[in-house]
Design a protein around this ligand. Sequence first.
Ligand code: ADP
Ligand code: MG
Length: 557
Amino acid sequence: MATKQFQAETKRLLDIVINSIYSNKEIFLRELISNSSDAIDKLYYKSLSDDSVTFNQEDYYIKISVDKENRRLKISDTGIGMTEEELENNIGVIAKSGSLDFKKLNNLKDGRDIIGQFGVGFYSAFMVADEVTIVSKAFGSDKAYKWESEGIEGYTITPCEKESVGTDIILKIKESTEDEDYEKYLDEHNLKSIVKKYSDFIRYPIKMDITKSKPKDDNEEEYEEYTEEETVNSRVPIWERNKNELTEEDYKNFYRERQYGFDEPVKHIHINAEGTISFKAVLFIPERVPFDFYTKEYEKGLELYSNGVLIMDKCPELLPDYFSFVKGVVDSEDLSLNISREMLQQDRQVKLIAKNIKNKIKKELKSLLNNDRENYEKFFNSFGTQLKYGVYSDFGQNKEVLQDLLLFYSSKESKLVSLEEYVSRMPEDQKYIYYATGESVDKVDKLPQTEFVKEKGYEILYLTEEVDEFAIKMMGSYEEKEFKSVSSKDLGIESGEDSEEQKESEHKEMFGKMKEILSDKVKTVRASERLKNHPVCLANDGEISIEMEKILSSMPN
Ligand code: ADP
Ligand code: MG
């Protein structure tokens, strides 16, 4: 049988996968196990729509076996298998995902279950193996096929014998070199720990024969070895597990496994709620803005499970818009589902859960702000704008939820501060929370209007984002302290010096002349007691600042 050449693109991609995509070789096992799990899932989905397929949980598993002498590592599954054609198309063509096609073809809303989508994972096997063999028998077929490849050069497909439906992936593990140890991929204990690390929540049992030893007969001195088949993954979804048994690393792995983001979350929230409605949830606050966050394509939502069965991939009703960056899963046994189990009969339960979740996220963000400022600021730099838009929308209804989570740059502290911090520092005679707007901290800092307030010793919040002033206006006040622009007419600060009126009349002639020259560029020219080092500044009398006016007039109406 002639060796089939990989397509040219395949060769190039293959090279990239083997040498550059993964920083850690051990993930090949995660990829192969994910494929096996997908293959079993596919049979499971078939059983939902096809009465001739019965799905007995215990018949479905993944088995990992090692033959040290011959340097072989085998990953077997009792999944759906592959036909000759599928071996050709899904394995022979890199970047083609049979699993993605399957999801599309079956219109799976809960496609999340099926992990594969990029069509490159399989090739990661070549990071540790110099020869890969697939023996597969597809469901519904009586023929089995063998796919063999030594990597970049190509592959062969030949008919072969295989008793049961499913797939065996057999890797011939590379010889160790001075720089790279490959023996560890033949070491069952190491393999077991790789499985635990990456694939612990795979729903099907991952079995391994683990070598153990026990005293020989009654002789306590001599030991004999024996093997015992073990299921090495814990299978229980993370949200079902006890918080106290989980490490930070477990949560991070879950975040990665679910492909919530390429960053590391700044915080996880594990909820186990009981009461009017009981549910469990594991939520994450990401660190960085997803690349599509500000596009129409971005969909907010949480995965929604009922009793461990996925109902909705992204349930948007569970999150308010201003928390749309939150990722995670919710599982509740109290949901009433319709027959197809794709939809909820009533949204009362969802509303209850959503309310609970919203309060919890708020509480956790607040505690992050108070106890881990560095991480909070990372978060705020990514999603602060979203929170401010949240305050602005809904006619200020969200004020209560969000006002304590906002940070603004402070003239006094030269860093971001919360409103709570600002107010707690206010001298007794200070009536207002002062703010100044401008393009950047630097520019605002130089505004003549800020001088007077600063000299008085009061703190000023610098609003440098377009949405800032809108949010502040929507809030109106914080803890009964009104917000006040440093450019507004009445600053509520008494000055001991000559009144403005007095100066006004002293220099009446000059002001008149200035107004004449500037004509309709300004409304009026008058004396101000606020200026210290600057001779002049622009101000406006109205409700909104010059900056806000600029934004408003640039908006399409
Ligand atoms: P992905 O999983 O992202 O689709 P892979 O490169 O990991 O990409 O796998 C490519 C395709 O090969 C899968 O989509 C699937 O159709 C098929 N495949 C891989 N492993 C198996 C397996 N164990 N059983 C059945 N089909 C498999
Ligand atoms: Mg895959």
